[in-house]
Design a protein. Structure first.
Length: 346
């Protein structure tokens, strides 16, 4: 195959958590995330003409090796969108993908990989079918298809801060694709830091898919929906007015509520590790004693995202290495920050 296209797309960390879905990947509640910078996926799609048919012809390499599990997942996804991308009936694809971060590091790899794939597929549509989208339409369409691959991926298409899901507090917000909410972002959040403390890099025992499904029978699901909507409205204000103390409150409330949903599901499960609890307690104590508005959030896993502004970087990093990493010989850190969004490589 001598033609190819390549995109790099970042992961993101949700401040307001998407947890629970219905229909075709529609969220029960809105979510807001910071797009990361260093943690990204690079996806190359090689393509070549085939005999026209309705079968997806696809080979998938992850980090230079054939990966049957990923190939199957991507194939099912591409089959499901075949009627939206007619060129898929006439071209076979070889997809190569690699991440800038270690597997199971507590970084949402489905967000970066599904957004990179969606961006490349929409770009290929322009190239092969001659469609021409404006920048806005291009991002919207990519976010829409990224969402069908993995809900959180819909937000990775945008730089800095993105919102996915309908909320009355933000015009144009909707269930089908994410939107950028950068325009009114307060200076305090520019270049916001996210240090990821990897306390455990084991593959998680319960997938996000199973976790979302357990929300259907969770007795607190309705309360969670109300809470997430309120937190979304509050955070939208905070992102405009730069109130970091309120940011801390909302952010930790969301992280702990996400894990509370797992603990209160039937059957229950926990993705937290003892070291997670030790670390979040230390972060709280450090904040209370220094008045530095540093906080944590957690994804669906035991690893901790420590969030802080650029002007507190030195003091917080010193605390992380001197206090947090102590007695955690196995722990590793990745220093990431808010990023500029996806990029076309070629
Ligand atoms: O995109 P999914 O289906 O892997 O779900 C991700 C859910 C969380 O990462 C826990 C929260 C979020 O909004 O990213």
């Amino acid at each position: 195959m001598n033609k190819s296209i390549a995109w790099r797309s970042p992961s993101n960390i949700a401040i307001i958590k998407y947890w629970g879905k219905y229909g075709n990947q529609l969220p029960i509640n809105p979510s807001i995330s910071f797009t990361l910078s260093k943690a990204h996926t690079e996806t190359i799609i090689h393509y070549e003409k085939k005999e026209k048919n309705n079968k997806v012809e696809l080979e998938y390499l992850f980090e230079n090796k054939k990966n049957e599990a990923f190939e199957k997942k991507v194939k099912i996804f591409i089959e499901s969108i075949m009627n939206d991308f007619l060129y898929l009936k006439e071209y076979k694809l070889k997809i190569e993908s690699k991440n800038s971060f270690p597997h199971s590091a507590g970084i949402a790899s489905s967000a970066s990989s599904m957004s990179a794939l969606a961006l490349a597929l929409v770009d290929l549509e322009q190239q092969i079918e001659g469609k021409k989208y404006s920048e806005n339409e291009f991002l919207q369409r990519s976010s829409y298809f990224a969402r069908l691959g993995s809900g959180s991926a819909s937000r990775s298409v945008f730089s800095q801060v993105a919102l996915w899901g309908a909320t009355k507090a933000q015009q144009e917000s909707n269930q089908e694709y994410a939107i950028s909410i950068n325009e009114t972002l307060h200076q305090n959040f520019k270049n916001y830091n996210d240090t990821i403390l990897i306390v455990d890099s084991e593959q998680k025992k319960v997938s996000s898919r199973a976790g979302h499904a357990l929300m259907n029978t969770n007795p607190f699901a309705e309360a969670r929906k109300i809470q997430a909507n309120k937190n979304t409205e509050k955070l939208l204000k905070v992102l405009k007015n730069g109130d970091l103390d309120s940011f801390v409150e909302i952010c930790e409330n969301e992280a702990l509520s996400l894990h509370a949903m797992m603990l209160s599901s039937t059957p229950w499960y926990s993705l937290l590790k003892p070291q997670t609890l030790v670390a979040i307690e230390k972060i709280k104590n450090f904040r209370e004693s220094t008045k530095i508005p540093v906080c944590f959030t957690l994804d669906a896993g035991p690893n901790i995202h420590i969030l802080y502004s650029e002007n507190n970087k030195e003091k917080v990093r010193e605390f992380i290495s001197a206090e947090l990493m102590q007695n955690m010989p196995e722990a590793r850190i990745i220093n990431d920050k808010m990023g500029k969004g996806p990029q076309k490589i070629y």
